[in-house]
Design a protein around this ligand. Sequence first.
Ligand SMILES: NC(=O)c1ccc[n+]([C@@H]2O[C@H](COP(=O)([O-])OP(=O)(O)OC[C@H]3O[C@@H](n4cnc5c(N)ncnc54)[C@H](O)[C@@H]3O)[C@@H](O)[C@H]2O)c1
Length: 244
Amino acid sequence: MGKLEKKIALITGAGSGIGKAAAKKFADEGALVVVQDFNKASAEEVSSSLSGSGHFALGGDVSNEQEMEDVFSEVEKRCERLDVLVNNAGVSGSPEGLGSITYDSFMRMLAVNMGGTFICTQAALPLMNSGGSIVNLSSIAGLAGWGPVHYASAKGAILGFTRASARELGGLGIRINAVAPGVVETPMTEDLDEALLAPLIMMSPLGRIGQADEIAAAILYLACDDSSFVTGQWISPNGGLVTI
Ligand SMILES: NC(=O)c1ccc[n+]([C@@H]2O[C@H](COP(=O)([O-])OP(=O)(O)OC[C@H]3O[C@@H](n4cnc5c(N)ncnc54)[C@H](O)[C@@H]3O)[C@@H](O)[C@H]2O)c1
């Protein structure tokens, strides 16, 4: 029996990287996975590669309320409920410094990472009327300030959102937690400057960056009943780089 047998799970940004690895793991554990991504073609490709049946792909920008209303209406129409939501879609942007970053690019970073998490969580709640689990993707940028200011601000805000929402949602039987990964090998990090990466690897007790599947394992733990007494918390699979 899989850890997510008969569960319906929606993962945003699941066309690539960590979301894609989580989609595979969830399907292997028996879930019906709704693979959501801005890039509909990659979402469809992931959906059709998953084990089991019933999975489907949906497009849309998580920072656009109307588009997400359409996404969650479609889930309601096809599945009638949602058990697990993973707010994974995110962008990291260019490594601008505080002195040069524009207000527009700062707000865009907040809109996708934090705004998308808010929009999807709010839209999912009416579908979680028999309880559920929500997992939000933060980062060591949000925990410890590693990373550009706009990205760190957005990922830090996700931690505050997770803690405060847990207080409101506990009574509804909905748990909400965050995963705050260290540096992980995905398309998001493939252009990362070697000069930035090498010292991080050197300082990391495990001496390497992470793999998407290692983050998906933490997402699975928080999504399934193994973590039934855990809410408002974060887990940081980061190779020991950040220990707080
Ligand atoms: N890779 C890392 O080192 C790392 C570290 C810490 C946290 N994270 C976080 O993990 C999550 C996944 O990152 P990843 O490394 O797999 O990145 P990725 O770039 O490989 O995948 C992100 C996916 O999100 C989708 N996406 C982007 N903006 C979207 C939007 N507005 N609406 C819908 N979909 C959108 C993209 O199309 C892409 O498929 C992100 O939230 C990221 O910030 C990643």
